[in-house]
Design a protein around this ligand. Structure first.
Ligand SMILES: [Zn+2]
Ligand SMILES: [Zn+2]
Length: 144
């Protein structure tokens, strides 16, 4: 048994975005922590390419008889170091991307990603990205 965690993408289709177990759930805490402590992170949906800001309060979970796919390395969390529209801003700007090692859904091409207007750095600047920038594996570490 494993608990699987996911987000529902912010397009009308509400695609499932699988995420690693939140570090907010470190020992001593429980699922209620997810709704009381808020962390935010930007993810891209592999199915509709929407780039949006998600809150830990939006995390869903389900019990499964299969192992956690992030622990079994069936899925991996990657990120893209992005930019924002303020050229001198040094605040972190990270877009998270989930790879399914077995294939589908394939990550969409970064050239087709679109910001729904919520993906911003902590300075409130809209996040932008260069599609040529490579993705970096972050080794299953959860942003939540
Ligand atoms: Zn979607
Ligand atoms: Zn900025």
């Amino acid at each position: 048994m494993a608990t699987l965690y996911f987000l529902e993408c912010h397009s009308a289709a509400r695609h499932r975005i699988d995420i690693p177990a939140p570090t907010l759930l470190a020992k001593g805490s429980n699922l209620a922590t997810l709704t009381t402590v808020e962390k935010r992170a930007v993810f891209v949906c592999n199915q509709c390419a929407i780039v949006s800001l998600y809150s830990s309060k939006e995390i869903r979970w389900e019990e499964s008889h299969t192992p956690d796919p992030f622990q079994s390395r069936a899925y991996s969390l990657n990120c893209l170091q992005a930019e924002c529209d303020a050229r001198s801003c040094a605040l972190p700007k990270i877009i998270h991307v989930v790879f399914h090692v077995a294939g589908e859904p394939y990550p969409t091409n970064a050239a087709s990603w679109w910001n729904d207007g919520t993906a911003k750095c902590d300075g409130g600047h809209l996040i932008e990205w260069n599609p040529q920038t490579g993705l970096v594996a972050v080794d299953s570490e959860s942003p939540f």
